[in-house]
Ligand binder design. Structure first.
Ligand SMILES: NC(=O)c1ccc[n+]([C@@H]2O[C@H](COP(=O)([O-])OP(=O)(O)OC[C@H]3O[C@@H](n4cnc5c(N)ncnc54)[C@H](O)[C@@H]3O)[C@@H](O)[C@H]2O)c1
Length: 316
């Protein structure tokens, strides 16, 4: 198949592009490098430097004529969305609509949208949270991801565009930005390897931190493969299925980095959920997908990659 991956120069999208190429698909990438890096783009994929919200995006779809569009491009920080909801709406709603319009115009057969199980549900009481639970989004990022999912229903109903939304938990792994405002695993590893104390953000009544559901990026790649091999529609949680408090995660990262450097604590940031734990049984039943990499193994792989990247930088 021919697949256009938007956001394929970013952390997750570049691994997904690698995975599609390894499975024998032809891959093109559309990215404006807002937070991505051209060095992440696999050698076998064509990179189009384009904004998903711009009119020029349509020329990329017209030229590539993909069978599938896999939509990873996004403003991906809850904190940034709380600070600038308009920016988030322009990229995560306006950009998505621009991409969907091009899909309809150029006969794309399958659309994979990346949503967020770590954000859309809000602080609901039902945990682990299944796709049956009514989302109660608490940040502009979550509101716009959920709105995007609603638009998929419109495009399916109106134009017959087959689509699936993958609601990721907290994804971590090699290439994640260690200097960003999201991606706690990369931030912790980056700081510990530089000998700087990371900060654990916490609500006053949660001394050991909020809970999150971590999933290793290669597990996410497999979900993206299943998403194009299947014609399943609707939303699917893609996560580790295990809740981990930030304090517990920090100790696991400390162990993987082999350091006893302590963390500082800071107040929760706007939009931060208190609890997140996802039920992944729907993906197992319908897509035949379940997470395979344990947190300890995933952290070990990620730390090894970060160490290797530091070594390469020092050598050049
Ligand atoms: N990282 C996570 O834990 C997580 C969790 C849930 C959902 N997601 C979603 O997964 C997707 C990928 O996230 P990521 O963590 O790899 O982030 P990332 O920032 O590394 O990747 C996003 C990519 O989109 C590109 N991009 C942003 N705005 C663009 C625009 N207007 N036009 C073209 N390209 C644009 C960026 O340059 C970057 O390459 C996003 O949709 C994000 O919301 C991520």
């Amino acid at each position: 198949m021919k697949i256009l991956v938007t956001g394929g120069a970013g952390f997750i999208g570049s691994h997904v592009a690698d995975g599609y190429l390894a499975a024998g698909h032809e891959v093109a990438i559309a990215d404006n490098l807002l937070s991505g890096n051209a060095a992440n783009v696999p050698a076998g994929a064509r990179l189009h430097l384009v904004d998903i919200a711009a009119a020029e995006f349509d020329l990329v779809v017209e030229r590539e004529r993909p069978d599938v569009v896999n939509h990873h491009a996004a403003q991906m920080s809850v904190t940034v969305s709380a600070r600038d909801p308009g920016l988030d709406a322009r990229i995560n709603c306006g950009g998505l609509l621009n991409v969907l319009q091009s899909c309809v115009r150029h006969g794309v057969e399958r659309f994979v949208m990346i949503s967020s199980g770590g954000a859309v549900y809000g602080d609901v009481d039902q945990r682990p949270t299944s796709e049956q639970v009514t989302p109660q989004p608490l940040s502009p990022y979550a509101i716009h991801k959920l709105t995007g999912e609603r638009y998929l229903e419109f495009y399916r109903h109106q134009y017959g565009l087959s689509s699936i939304a993958l609601r990721y938990g907290n994804v971590y792994g090699p290439r994640q930005d260690q200097y960003g405002e999201a991606g706690v695993v990369a931030i912790f590893i980056g700081k510990l390897l530089r000998g700087e104390p990371p900060t654990i953000f916490a609500y006053p009544d949660q001394p050991t931190g909020m809970s999150r559901d971590y999933v290793y990026v290669q597990d996410v790649v497999r979900a993206n493969l299943r998403a194009i091999e299947s014609d399943a529609i609707g939303a699917f949680n893609i996560a580790g299925g295990v809740p981990v408090r930030t304090g517990e995660l920090f100790r696991a990262v400390q162990a993987a980095c082999g350091t006893d450097l302590k963390a500082a604590t800071g107040p929760a940031r706007p939009g931060d959920l208190k609890e997140n734990w996802l039920d992944v049984s729907h993906a197992e039943r319908v897509l035949g997908w379940c997470p395979e990499v344990s947190l300890a193994d995933g952290l070990a792989y990620t730390v090894a990659h970060f160490r290797e990247a530091v070594k390469r930088t020092k050598e050049t």
